[in-house]
Design a protein around this ligand. Sequence first.
Ligand SMILES: [Zn+2]
Length: 472
Amino acid sequence: MVLSIFVNMDKLKSQVIQSDFLFETKNNNSLTKEEFAEKYALKAKDIKDFHPINFDMHVLLHESKNPLINIDGNTLSLKKTKMTIKDQNSFSYFGIIDNNISNKAIITVRNGFAAGTFFLNSKEYNIITSKDMQYYLLRVDNNSNCGNNSEGTENIFPVIDKNTAPVLKYTNVNSCNMRILVLYTPNAEAYFSDILNSIEHVINVANEYLGNSLVDETYELAYAGLTNYTEYTVGDGRYTDINRFRIDGDGHMDEVHDLRDKYSADVCVLLSECQSTIGQCGGIAATIDANTPSWAFCLVHAETWGAVPNRLFSHEIGHLLGCRHDNDGTSTPYTYGHGYHYINGQTEFQTIRGTTWGIDYAPNFSNPDVYYNGLVTGTSNWNDCGRVCELEIPEKVGFLQPENNVSITSTDLSNVLYGDIISEQTVTIQNAAITDGSVLIIRSDETTISSNFTVELGAELVIKNEAVHGCN
Ligand SMILES: [Zn+2]
């Protein structure tokens, strides 16, 4: 049990660093792609290339070093732009590669498990940690499909035209973050070595995308936990799954609604084995532009290569914000809310809302003010999802406000892997327990714990006395 956390920077600095390399590729690859996929329950068809690596995460903590990485035979250097440190085995590192601000590195470490993403010349590389603590560098395919196009669910639930109507916009005066709840199915969980490390990482990458898109807003994880649901496998099952996730009282995943209230989550994401008849299934959003909390639900495919697919996670949330695909001709809710696909001779890329299979992408939403390796990534009249995010995230941040008084019972903690409870005044916990491996954070004016609250060995409880405000 951890009650308080401090970081001894002197200790971190004095650590002996063997080399300047964050990772180097090992010469012998003892497994074939198929054996690798079978060993780690991954899908070989999504992996373009993979290598075991010598990975030393602690070089990232050394203030005076610019860590080196080795990708495709090239040695490149990292330069830190931001870092958050919990302890020497749990931190997040953000940097640029070889002094090129278009090329990014994001590394999320939790208890020695590492998830990493490198954007290098429109290509995405990922670091994963296997269950036996071996580290691998993967180059993955961009070959998954999302179900939201102009023939998607949004035609059943008409989208409001916000081009001429005034946009009801909250003002995010307290710099609140958009809070995300993640439920995962048992089938999804089976693909991960440390699913919380992977979820924390995908949120780090999603925030990097927002920053790259010049969007001055941030996501934060409110809750992550298991839901006892088995995916519907008949036909385009994801439509059934997203409806069951969204609808209250239908007997499927209904706990999401209480959890969402308790943990003040604005947007809900289901990580599942996305079911579809259209080939590789990336996910689906309940609607384009969720105008009420009851529509802010999406599903993201979890079964690729043991990481949460970075692009798809932000892509589906982008639909809930009001963004459309690059190839969608619909001009509501925003005429300018489309992804961007650039092609000129040999040079081709898309933004994260692009839909073309197998081509590389720039790590940002379309935006005419953002350049990727010298090329513009949007247009002001049709391809500016960054502007949609800037307008809409403050509205979604207002969906669920922190309560004055939050009462936590065993139901609220029964499946918690990560919970961040916020309250303007008091939090009371009674007749409850958190189990080995789970993390509970409580932020409020005052916290009262009754005598029968148990924190198991290996669980982590953090209580912070801090002022929590409403968000608008
Ligand atoms: Zn989509």
